[in-house]
Design a binder for this molecule. Structure first.
Ligand code: ZN
Length: 191
């Protein structure tokens, strides 16, 4: 396995629409290696999600998953900690649709826009259709933080960054200032 180089804002690969993956290619050693490397890269940079264009591969694939270490955020109540937990997943050719009209505005960060945070409105609950890394069809619902991460990553496949989704830049903040002025107790992992 290897840790891949992450493209930063300004690299054209982050603004291109990524190509769908043929179902027959999903189980190829090359694709499986890419998925393993993306998981390793995401862990290395303590991200909660990573899309293939972020590692200079213009394909419709992302990995996600995050579970905070127990005791890391002792001040947060149970509900908040549940919100931060995202099951491990590798999704290929994802298609999203909103369930209902509910939206939430909450903090996001991005490995391609390092050390910046901002509040982004997202659908509260979504239906997700995709393939998993075995080529099996997935059809699932996601809500809360997991739904937020899936929407952020799927945006990367269409060349969209979280900044594009912000209603205003009033909350756009560097990480140091986020800790000082916004929400010092809270960890907002990059995606
Ligand atoms: Zn991102």
């Amino acid at each position: 396995m290897s840790i891949l180089k992450v493209a930063r804002m300004g690299h054209p690969v982050l603004r291109a629409r990524a190509k769908a993956i043929d179902r027959g290619d999903i189980k190829s050693p090359r694709m499986q290696q890419l998925i393993d490397d993306m998981f390793e890269t995401m862990r290395e940079y303590q991200g909660v999600g990573l899309a293939a264009p972020q590692v200079h591969v213009p394909l419709r694939l992302f990995v996600a998953g995050f579970s905070p270490e127990p005791g890391l955020e002792p001040d947060e109540d149970e509900e908040d900690r549940d919100q931060e937990r995202v099951p491990l997943m590798a999704l290929i050719n994802p298609e999203l649709s909103a369930v209902g009209n509910g939206t939430d505005e909450d903090w996001e960060g991005c490995l391609s826009v390092p050390d910046i945070r901002g509040k982004v409105p997202r659908a509260r609950e979504i239906q997700v259709k995709a393939y998993d890394r075995s080529g099996r069809r997935i059809d699932m619902r996601a809500r809360g933080f997991t739904a937020r991460v899936i929407q952020h990553e799927t945006d990367h496949l269409d060349g969209v960054l979280f900044l594009d989704r912000m209603k205003s830049f009033d909350t756009l903040t560097f990480l140091d200032e986020f800790g000082r002025f916004w929400n010092a107790r809270r960890t907002v992992p990059e995606e």
